[in-house]
Design a protein around this ligand. Structure first.
Ligand SMILES: *Cc1c(COP(=O)(O)O)cnc(C)c1O
Length: 381
């Protein structure tokens, strides 16, 4: 479907890249496993595909779906979220300077740290929730502002329109890791970002059964061409089956996110009234530092939250240990709710408070989730 066609997200999620198979009329996109494609008798490739790393019909449909959902001109799919992030850094000129969110996903922090150590680029870590701090970190050779918003796990919210202006004034790109949101919650490209980045492993995949990533660019041009080159020549492509699974998941994404968002807001509100809880970290809460910007820029609340338990690390670990409906596991965005003592998964050097618990809210009934939290909090106090 023409991605400019003025449909709502719910409609785009079902029709983007999903036109019936021209060969058979199948309503469900075919899953092609072929790695190589036939040449015409004269040696041309009029059917568009040559070799699966360069382009592939199942991945092509996924990329069109992702571009349509995110409101971008082009999506480029990767084998993981970290491979998607990496493609952006590898597309920069040598010696580029990057300003990046200090409390970003810990795996990405390690990746950027290693790139900086190898002098591939230099980095300034800032609180991207503070636009003035970002502005003061800009240098002559700053070519990218990398924002994770909300950040992980403190959920700091960046003022994306203000950062987009700052990036434009300094000839830099603005990239936003929007993994915590999806287009159901936040549209970084509509807010002025040049690139929206996702770990599709999380809410977009939504079922904890695939690993993937994507970069979606607002407009066609040299940035997206260089990232496409990273995909084709770097080779970190998703398998056809993962592309197909993700396509299937995208069609239910807006409906899943609506429920996850509403349940997360309710759980955050409930936790805020509990004596065992020292602080609730979710942009829906009026005392959250990013509440006003989130209210202005977000279409719904993110489906995950964090809270700090009175009694410190031992109490927080005991709460996670007592959960029954919530599953103790890392990651987020699946249909099942997850509970996690965040500092211990991030390991040494983490700046995450030791009394912090992160919740990924799934599709269980919110009353059951609240009852589970209630028993977990009271068992330990
Ligand atoms: C999980 C995650 C990533 C990394 O994605 P993978 O698919 O695990 O490689 C990057 N950014 C954020 C915000 C994430 O939550």
């Amino acid at each position: 479907m023409d991605q400019q066609y003025p449909n709502h997200l719910d409609t785009l999620a079902i029709h983007g890249g999903r036109e019936p198979d021209p060969e058979t009329g199948a309503v469900v996109p075919p899953l092609h496993f072929a790695t190589t494609f036939e040449r015409d008798a004269d040696g041309e490739y009029r059917r568009g595909h040559v070799y699966g790393r360069q382009s592939h019909p199942t991945r092509d449909r996924l990329e069109r779906a992702l571009a349509s959902i995110e409101g971008g001109s082009e999506a480029i799919a990767f084998a993981s979220g970290l491979a998607a992030c990496r493609s952006v850094f590898d597309s920069l000129a040598p010696d580029a300077h990057v300003v990046a969110t200090a409390d970003c996903y810990h795996g990405l922090k390690s990746q950027i740290g290693a790139l900086a150590e190898n002098r591939r680029m230099s980095v300034s870590w800032v609180d991207t929730g503070d636009t003035a701090e970002v502005a003061s970190a800009i240098r002559d050779n700053t070519s990218l502002i990398w924002v994770e918003s909300p950040s992980n796990p403190m959920m700091r919210i960046a003022d994306l329109p203000a950062l987009a202006e700052l990036a434009r004034d300094n000839d830099a790109l603005l990239a936003c890791d929007s993994t915590f949101c999806t287009a159901a919650v936040q549209r970084p490209l509509a807010l002025g970002a040049d690139l929206a980045v996702h770990s599709t492993t999380k809410f977009l995949g939504g079922h904890s059964d695939l690993i993937g990533g994507a970069v979606i660019s607002r407009k066609a041009g040299s940035a997206s061409e260089r990232i496409r080159e990273q995909q084709v020549l770097g080779g970190a492509i998703p398998s056809p089956f993962d592309c197909w699974l993700l396509m299937r998941s995208l069609s239910t994404m807006p409906v899943r996110l609506a429920r996850q968002s509403a349940s997360a807001e309710r759980i955050a509100e409930w936790l805020s009234r509990r004596p065992e809880v020292a602080a609730v970290i979710h942009p829906s809460r009026p005392d959250h530092p990013g509440h006003d910007v989130a209210r202005r820029d977000m279409l719904a609340w993110p489906g995950l939250l964090a809270f700090r338990v009175r009694g410190g690390e031992a109490a927080a670990k005991a709460v996670a240990g007592a959960a029954r409906t919530f599953t103790r596991a890392t990651s987020l965005g699946g249909v099942e709710s997850l509970i996690e003592h965040r500092a211990s998964i991030e390991g040494t050097g983490t700046r995450t408070p030791p009394d912090l618990i992160r919740l990924s809210v799934g599709l269980e009934h919110p009353d059951d989730l609240i009852r589970d939290l209630e028993q977990a909090l009271t068992t330990n106090h």
